[in-house]
Design a protein. Structure first.
Length: 468
């Protein structure tokens, strides 16, 4: 089967949408490249399989579990399958082994990662199946698909990389046939909120002087990443620079999917028997932590997990959900035993573990640094009883600079050890850079402070003399 014909049967030109602009498309190593000039992923900068310890046999076992939850859907024979965000093929191989199909299109934004995926499929699947598979490099933000051309769209960890994922879901709904389905596995917000609460135990010990040695920097970067994902949820300017842009709440994803054209959505936990310590062990491996730091983190998380067990409802025990989006209400659904409905007050209960909001606030400017263009940059920190998203300051020319507050500052965490009204995570992830600004030196400036709950306040802070 001609791979170009498979691609053309599903996708149009990303530039004109199929209006015959005569744009020439490259096809290196058998991969049709439909990406645009600005399409890229930061994952190209790493050896993905090595960093994330991608194991084909583990992938098969995991996919077997996912397939079992799909019920009667797993027994269907599909005419056309599309996988979005295949990466290096962690799910591609078991997907193409397990499902019956006439043709399959495997896509990812990275031609480099798709080449790895294609090589895995070439050494695993029988030649007869391989002839019915095509590969296309594709940016999820710029998909032009043919209507009613696909029966199954599958994506493992895809939607959370796309900031405006509703247009993508609308495109998928349009490309699916009447009885078509889309299956996604995506990270769960409440699990990671709970994980942050558990890791607060570690942060409190860092505040008291706990030393993780050479691994301290890696742990701080990980905590900074988790806090930023929670603090800047929905913030377009911040998330545009992040590879991982979303953590999902089922009700929100269901509403977006229905607005995009789907008529039914089912969701269940993607993992079985997952605990926070199990997930944290995986994170430690990804971070490359030594055995001592790994043991310390797992011990603290296990203790906190036991103490907070009454709050950690069933949904919080899976870091990702399996979502099935349907274009029509058809008989059969996900395996009933797997359903775990959401209690809407989980996040509120977890937040209640933090100190009562009394608007305690501490702020300091460490340095006023001149920039080559004659302007300057302020470097400092700010911590409060409610996490601060960003600070703003107007320069002498009227232009306003915004500094996002998320950089890990263990020195601030320890400095504020005697202020229990400021949560440890707020103190840790308190650093900011504000600029460039046109600003003549003065003794004090007034910063506009924007908190995560929408409140806006001000704080007056002293300026150090400019660095020479």
């Amino acid at each position: 089967m001609d791979s170009i014909a498979i691609v053309a049967g599903v996708l149009g030109c990303p530039r004109c949408g199929g209006a015959r602009c005569a744009h020439m498309v490259a096809s290196p190593e058998g991969i049709v490249d439909l990406t645009l000039e600005d399409s890229r992923t930061a994952l190209d900068d790493i050896d993905y399989d090595a960093v994330y310890d991608v194991d084909p046999e583990r992938g098969r076992g995991y996919f077997t579990h996912l397939r079992a939850q799909l019920g009667s859907l797993a027994e269907r024979r599909f005419d056309t399958i599309v996988e979005l965000g295949a990466g290096t093929g962690y799910m591609s191989v078991p997907l193409l082994e397990a499902f019956e199909f006439e043709r399959a299109l495997i896509t990812d934004i990275s031609p480099r990662m798709l080449a790895v995926c294609r090589a895995k499929i070439a050494t695993t699947l029988a030649p007869e199946r391989r002839r019915r598979i095509a590969f296309a490099a594709l940016d999820g933000n710029h998909i032009h698909a043919r209507a009613d051309s696909v029966d199954l769209v599958f994506g493992h960890g895809v939607l959370h990389h796309v900031f405006d994922y509703e247009p993508l879901l609308a495109t998928i709904a349009g490309m699916l046939r009447e009885d078509g389905v889309a299956v996604f596995v995506e990270p769960v917000l409440r699990f990671h909120q709970a994980l942050l609460v558990l890791l607060g135990r570690v942060v409190e010990e860092l505040r008291g002087g706990l030393d993780l040695g050479a691994d301290t920097t890696r742990v701080l970067a990980f905590l900074q990443h988790l806090v930023a994902g929670e603090r800047f949820r929905g913030d377009r300017d911040f998330l545009a620079r992040m590879e991982d842009k979303h953590l999902f709440v089922r009700e929100e994803l269901h509403a977006v999917a229905c607005a995009a054209g789907f008529v039914a959505v089912d969701s269940v936990p993607a993992y079985r028997g997952e605990t926070f310590t199990w997930k944290m062990r995986g994170y430690c491996a990804e971070l490359g932590l030594g055995s001592e730091a790994t043991g310390t983190l797992l011990e603290r998380v296990a203790v906190a997990q036991h103490e907070l067990a009454p709050l950690l409802e069933r949904e919080c025990w899976s870091s990702a959900d399996l979502h099935v989006l349907r274009c029509a209400r058809t008989p059969g659904g996900l395996a009933p035993a797997c359903f775990a409905w959401t209690r809407p007050d989980t996040a509120a209960e977890l937040r209640a573990l933090a100190p009562v909001d009394t608007r305690a606030l501490a702020c300091w400017i460490d340095a006023l640094r001149p920039l080559p263009d004659g302007r300057c940059e302020l470097v400092g920190w700010i911590a409060a009883s409610v996490p601060v998203r960003h600070v703003r300051l107007a320069g002498d020319d009227g232009a306003t600079a915004t500094g996002q507050v998320h950089e890990a500052r263990i020195d601030v965490l320890r400095h504020l050890g005697s202020q229990p009204r400021i949560p440890a995570l707020a103190a840790l992830c308190s650093g900011f850079r504000l600029g460039p600004l046109t600003l003549a030196w003065r003794a004090r400036v007034t910063l506009e402070v924007h908190c995560i709950d929408g409140a806006i306040t001000t704080v007056e802070v002293a300026l150090p003399r400019p660095a020479s």
